[in-house]
Write a protein that binds this ligand. Sequence first.
Ligand code: 13P
Length: 256
Amino acid sequence: MTKRITPLIVGNWKATPQTLDKALKFIKNLDKRYSNVKKKLPKKGYYLAVPDVFISKLSSVSIHGYIGAENVSGISLGQTTGATVPSQLLSGGATFTLIGHSEVRAQGETSDERAHKVALSLQSKLLTILCIGEHKRDKEGNYLAELEDDVKQSLSLVSRNLFTNLVIAYEPVWAIGGDTPATPQECFEVVIAIRRALSSLVGIDYAKKVHVLYGGTVTKENALSFIQDGGVDGLLIGRSSQDVSSFLHIITTCHG
Ligand code: 13P
């Protein structure tokens, strides 16, 4: 199957690496090796979500990628200690953000907070990657309806003209951080459910503008199968984005 768009390859560094120095070395090494790849790659061919404190420095040195945040606050600018709002991230060098990652949800993020985060992030012109995923699957397929509800609720405050800057990442929680990814077929059925939810929210024309990614134990061996057979437009990658060789391998194989 040929894909209609350039795949979005997004890494999620989570709480790594330990120092800014290590982060800088990683980006410089990645960019150098990216430049040496023989295949025709786009000028900028990867996205990396990193700890907030690294964003400004990394975005000033990254040549072939976009640097983004792993989460945002859904409150407005003002008197809230410890919050970093989307417009601040943008001015600090971030071009995108993840929202609603299962590890953030596990820290107590509510659906109401998530809806505000998504709306504010899109209004601030950050490319916004909303993460959804079931904890486990039931034989009756109720998880599909739950995922559709999650999409609808998380996007309830977003006007349809902002959907061009929206990405949805399907990350089954049971596949994150382990050794068993979803199969491309399992991924495909959720992509259809996500597209159905988007269409019912804003109509097919706006729904089509949204990119859908897969995440959860993506490796250099399985990466391409999700793009070829899983119906997604890209990948959200944890551990394999924290190693230059595997991340570059995934970037080059997916840019077919
Ligand atoms: P792994 O690729 O390490 O399973 O992590 C997936 C993830 O959480 C990306 O956001």
